[in-house]
Design a protein around this ligand. Structure first.
Ligand code: SF4
Length: 399
């Protein structure tokens, strides 16, 4: 039986981080109820909409992921309403992975209790740094003590599957402070971590400041690109030494634990399994009965989203586009792409068209080929966007 990954977008934040231009913002809490009503309505109409497009919406969800934004600032009553709507429209598998992204210091006791009662069994904390000054410089509202206390509270509530995010390259970060953040993360004993290299959106406050060569938001304190790459490489090695192996460009999981705590929801994205996104700037990928993939999304601004129901028109992927996606999504995973599986799905002739490009990438040290698998090298993971761009160049060349 094919199962679904369900993504619920919650675009509300208590403060706007300087580097962020996600579809999130600081909105009055009066919006929360209206937004929840829209989530309920979209959950209710999703099946009919999918059917109208000839797409199959699996009846059962085995992963649910609340992202944002900051889902942890929702009041308990709205959490209960959203889960009630989910369970009214989908069968939630008994062993489903149900994740909520939380900002430390922004998780009220009643909301935590509502999450736990609703079956949430995984919390992903956007810590970004355990150094108080670094967290403060980017506009985050927590410090180390608050983050550690929240991890303890979540465990006390019975949720033991915890992931922590860190960002390499925050303003003010040094090699020593980065090591300290990594060490504190290791001390928490969590089973999953994500490390992102700082990406400053051009349209964020920090991005605009960098664009004009300004000094605000501590723009001049951002480490150099080389330093950020070094932090990332050091993070990968440090976590490996702690028994946390990299399984994706930004993701690490403890090995030898009783259960595999790799993010089952995010694996669906990289393995091209069906998922439905509900809420502002939420993306979906479903398949028709014949197996053709279609992608669709909602608008990325709250006001227009609330003003007009439904999803934007879908894009039906060509086989060529699906093959490209199979390459660049699969290569995100350390295990890489199985050539046998790819040939079975797309035909050896079509896969063979990429041989020249793969040889180039191999000679540049960006990918490595073992018997059946092609995977990024450590250098390839650092330059992953460049590698993925090469697969899209194949499309441009073919058009
Ligand atoms: S980084 Fe996360 S918490 Fe900060 S503004 Fe963006 S969505 Fe909100």
């Amino acid at each position: 039986m094919e199962t679904l990954g369900l993504y619920i977008s919650v675009p509300f934040c208590r403060s706007k981080c300087t580097y962020c231009n996600f579809a999130s913002g600081v909105f009055p809490s009066s919006y929360f109820e209206q937004y929840t009503a829209r989530l309920e309505a979209d959950l209710h109409t999703a099946r009919a909409q999918a059917a109208a497009w000839g797409a199959v919406l699996p009846a059962a969800a085995d992963t649910i992921y609340f992202g944002g934004g900051t889902p942890s600032i929702l009041p308990a009553e709205l959490v209960r309403r959203i889960f009630s709507a989910i369970r009214g429209e989908l069968t939630v598998m008994p062993d489903a992975e149900i994740t909520v992204e939380c900002a430390p210091g922004q998780l009220e006791e009643a909301t935590l209790a509502a999450f736990a009662a609703a079956g949430v069994n995984r919390i992903s904390f956007g810590v970004q740094s355990f150094i108080d000054r670094e967290a403060a410089l980017t506009g985050r509202l927590h410090n180390r003590a608050i983050a550690l206390e929240d991890i303890r509270r979540v465990r006390t509530a019975g949720i033991s599957n915890i992931s922590l995010d860190l960002i390499a390259g925050l303003p003010g970060q040094t090699a020593a402070s980065w090591r300290e953040s990594l060490a504190v993360l290791a001390d928490t004993g969590v089973d999953h971590a994500s490390i992102y290299m700082l990406e400053v959106d051009d349209d964020s406050r920090l991005g605009r400041e960098i664009g004009i060569g300004g000094l605000r938001y501590h723009a001049v304190e951002i480490p150099s690109d080389d330093a950020i790459a070094d932090f990332y490489i050091e993070g990968v090695a440090f976590l490996a030494g702690q028994g946390m192996m990299q399984y994706e460009i930004s993701n690490f999981v403890r090995t030898g634990a009783q259960a595999d705590h790799s993010s089952r929801h995010n694996l669906k994205y990289w393995q091209r399994a069906p998922y439905l996104g509900i809420g502002v700037d939420a993306h979906s990928m479903l398949r028709t009965g014949a197996g053709q993939a279609l992608r669709f999304a909602t608008t990325d601004e709250l006001e227009p989203f609330l003003a007009a129901a439904g999803w934007n028109e879908p894009h039906w992927l060509t086989r060529r586009e699906e093959l490209e996606e199979a390459w660049f999504l699969g290569l995100r995973l350390n295990q890489g792409v199985s050539l046998t599986a790819l040939c079975e799905e797309f035909g050896a002739e079509n896969v063979g068209e990429y041989v020249g490009r793969l040889r180039e990438l191999e000679s540049e040290g960006l990918v490595v080929r073992s018997r059946d698998h092609v995977a990024l090298t450590a250098q390839g993971r650092l330059l992953s966007n460049e590698v993925f761009g090469r697969f899209l160049e194949e499309r441009a060349a073919a058009v």
